[in-house]
Design a protein around this ligand. Structure first.
Ligand code: PAF
Length: 291
């Protein structure tokens, strides 16, 4: 596996692959790779012929005071893991390669980027969509993969691709969880032992919401309130938002019907955790769905 730092070199890799009749996959990451990332890389290895994994801790998606400086970084481990998963290139550009100048043009996520995570982190998705656009333009992949764990990000990137007619297909991989239900995230490393023990309560609270749906409850507000109460009852998880929205565009759904996301964010000992379930609600039936 090659490690590439320059946009021109990763673009040359991708164009050479395509000239040779091979398809190119991209897995954008901020590094600190875990089993969730590796599942995305393996999926791209199955689907495409030449796979690039980008490792770039994108400064523009962090607000001042957030965890940019302490975000976990271990490029040697990332290189080893990406290679074991079958990647062909690790694209690890320095900041000045992606941001040679302060961005003058940004990709605005619109209203769906200002709710949920965007309400707590108002500049976050502008930074995400801007860097994803840059990474797509650098690598020019046929396929790009994202994880369902960051469901709002995945919905916004799909909208970016559709709205701006970007010539790439997107695949969203299911959330990978520890055996106790905690969704894998590079930020789980911030949890202390007690926090780690309590963290799966976020997922368990979402399951309460799914049980309500399975029992026939269709009022979005009632489901959100019950999940929020379950989170608050843990005494350690401080709920930020709980919402049931349309999986296609994050718009409100009430009564709940169709393909929906049940999303929650909570703070645990200073660490912000997010998780979600994607469900298909048709009449009496409630089934897990892909995002
Ligand atoms: O999900 C992430 O790791 C980041 O938000 C992404 C998509 C790599 C953009 O920096």
């Amino acid at each position: 596996m090659r490690t590439i730092e320059r946009v021109a070199d990763v673009r040359a890799f991708s164009r050479a692959a395509r000239r040779a009749g091979r398809t190119v996959g991209l897995v954008p990451t901020m590094g600190a790779l875990h089993a969730g990332h590796l599942a995305l890389i393996r999926a791209m290895v199955r689907r495409t012929d030449a796979v690039a994994v980008s490792v770039f801790v994108n400064p523009t998606q962090f607000a001042p005071g957030e965890d940019l400086d302490r975000y976990p970084r271990d490029l040697d481990a990332d290189r080893r893991l990406a290679e074991e998963a079958g990647a062909h290139v690790l694209f690890a550009p320095p900041v000045e390669e992606i941001y040679p100048v302060e961005p003058g043009v940004w990709v605005d996520p619109g209203e769906p980027g200002r709710i949920l995570e965007g309400a707590a982190r108002p500049t976050h998705f502008r930074g995400v969509l801007t860097v994803v656009t840059k990474l797509l333009n650098a690598v020019e992949p046929d396929w790009v993969a994202f994880g369902q764990k960051d469901a709002q990000q995945a919905v916004l990137v799909r909208r970016l691709i559709d709205d701006l007619l970007l010539p790439v297909r997107m695949w969203v991989g299911p959330t990978v969880r520890d055996p106790d239900g905690l969704a894998l995230s590079s930020r789980n490393a911030y949890l202390d032992a007690a926090g780690r023990r309590a963290a799966p309560e976020l997922y368990r609270s979402l399951l309460v919401g799914r049980q309500l749906l399975e029992a026939g409850e269709r009022r979005a507000g009632e489901i959100a309130a019950r999940v929020r109460a379950r989170l608050a009852a843990t005494g350690v998880l401080r709920p930020d938002y709980v919402a049931v929205v349309a999986a296609s565009d994050l718009s409100p759904v009430d009564p709940v019907a169709g393909r929906v996301l049940l999303l929650a964010a909570a703070v645990l000992g200073g660490v912000r955790l997010i998780d979600n379930l994607c469900l298909e609600v048709r009449g009496d039936r409630v089934a897990p769905s892909e995002l």
